[in-house]
Design a protein around this ligand. Structure first.
Ligand SMILES: [Fe+2]
Length: 192
């Protein structure tokens, strides 16, 4: 079964995100879907043909996590955008964030600071499935730093392609625009 690229054109027109930036980002995302499918095919063929003890198999296997996570993280990112209005202050997400960070504001400061770190990658609010605790993580590139068995709730892309077209090197301005467009209902739904 091949993965199919999803259509996120519903988020076009968000304030603070040009169509050019978003359409380019959709194109990049589709590239990850194509590469994920291609790697699955190639690795499966190598398995059938008895080529697993080769450096080629090892390198493609390593690359697979990067392509797959690139695909999945972009889906989570686009899905948690396009919202109208702020977070529900009475909702279960804010209640949980307050429990684990002291206040919603403390969580927001930690998440934004994570996203503003030097380097390319992702800021992700994760829920630890074992304890229910909410923790912000820095994910390097697409595949390094994911906490095992945790559930991603809010995903923010901080690769330069996510903002340079509209904001140049002003990543903090992009992060503010991202926050204005979070689809909090989608985030709430991911909460376990
Ligand atoms: Fe991206």
């Amino acid at each position: 079964m091949a993965y199919e690229a999803k259509d996120f054109s519903n988020i076009l027109g968000m304030e603070g995100f040009s169509d050019t930036l978003l359409n380019n980002h959709f194109t990049l995302y589709r590239g990850y879907v194509t590469s994920t499918n291609k790697l699955l095919d190639t690795l499966s063929k190598m398995l059938t043909e008895g080529q697993t003890a080769t450096p080629e198999f090892a390198e493609l296997k390593r690359r697979f996590g990067w392509e797959f996570d690139g695909m999945r993280l972009h889906e989570l990112y686009f899905e948690n955008l396009g919202g109208q209005g702020g977070v529900d202050r009475e909702g279960s997400l804010v209640r949980k964030l307050t429990e684990d960070f002291g206040s919603y504001e403390a969580w927001e400061k930690d998440f934004k600071s994570t996203g503003a770190m030097r380097g390319i990658g992702w800021a992700v609010l994760y829920q630890d499935s074992a304890t229910g605790r909410l923790i912000n993580f820095w994910i390097n590139e697409h595949d390094v730093g994911h906490p095992a068995g945790c559930r991603p709730l809010l995903v923010m892309d901080v690769f330069e392609h996510a903002y340079m077209t509209d904001y140049g090197v002003k990543r903090p301005d992009y992060i503010e625009a991202f926050f204005k467009n979070i689809n909090w209902q989608a985030v709430e739904k991911r909460l376990g």
